[in-house]
Design a protein around this ligand. Structure first.
Ligand code: SF4
Length: 180
């Protein structure tokens, strides 16, 4: 039987949700039996290339490259899952939503205590265009499921993935979705 395909990506996130996925420990062997990975930081494939059954996305949309990646995921994923606080609400990166963009640039590239920038200029090339604010995924594309947590636990990710891959309803018990 053909394996299901999954893809994962990190937008404006810290990779903690991917670390949590790796925390499924030895179940990773079971996962490898169940699925084939398309694009993912776990295999370092940079572009999603084929239609996949489940796409997991951590991080919100902070720049134009995040928007492009997210739309590409939406087009290729039968089921798209918003994973973790950053994807669901913007999370820590969205703290900048309360600060004007030019002040963010000033702090990041000129005034920050660890900045070394002899030119004193904000770079305008080689970095993706920053959006006016950080957006949660569902404000950009249709999202099918939300997995809360920072990060969602390995058990939560495992329960969600195995349910989605088997076509069962995604009904997570309270202990798997509460913040502890
Ligand atoms: S939800 Fe938490 S663990 Fe996941 S990417 Fe955001 S900050 Fe990192």
């Amino acid at each position: 039987m053909a394996k299901a395909k999954i893809a994962t990506t990190s937008l404006a996130g810290c990779f903690g949700c991917h670390m949590s996925l790796l925390d499924i420990d030895e179940r990773i062997l079971e996962l490898a039996e169940l699925v084939e990975f398309d694009r993912s930081p776990l295999n370092d494939i940079k572009r999603i290339t084929t239609p996949v059954d489940v796409g997991l996305v951590e991080g919100g949309c902070a720049n134009e490259e995040n928007i492009h990646t997210l739309k590409e995921f939406r087009e290729h994923c039968k089921v798209l899952v918003s994973v973790g606080a950053c994807a669901i609400s913007g999370g820590v990166p969205a703290m900048r939503n309360f600060v004007p963009l030019d002040e963010c640039f000033q702090e990041a590239y000129i005034d920050g205590p660890t900045v070394v920038n002899p030119s004193g200029e904000v770079p305008t090339v080689e970095i993706p265009l920053l959006l006016d604010k950080v957006y949660p995924l569902h404000e950009v594309v249709k999202v099918d499921y939300f997995l809360p947590g920072c990060p969602p636990s390995a058990d939560t990710l495992w329960a969600a993935l195995t349910a989605l891959l088997s076509g069962e309803p995604l009904e997570l018990p309270y202990p798997l979705i509460k913040y502890s």
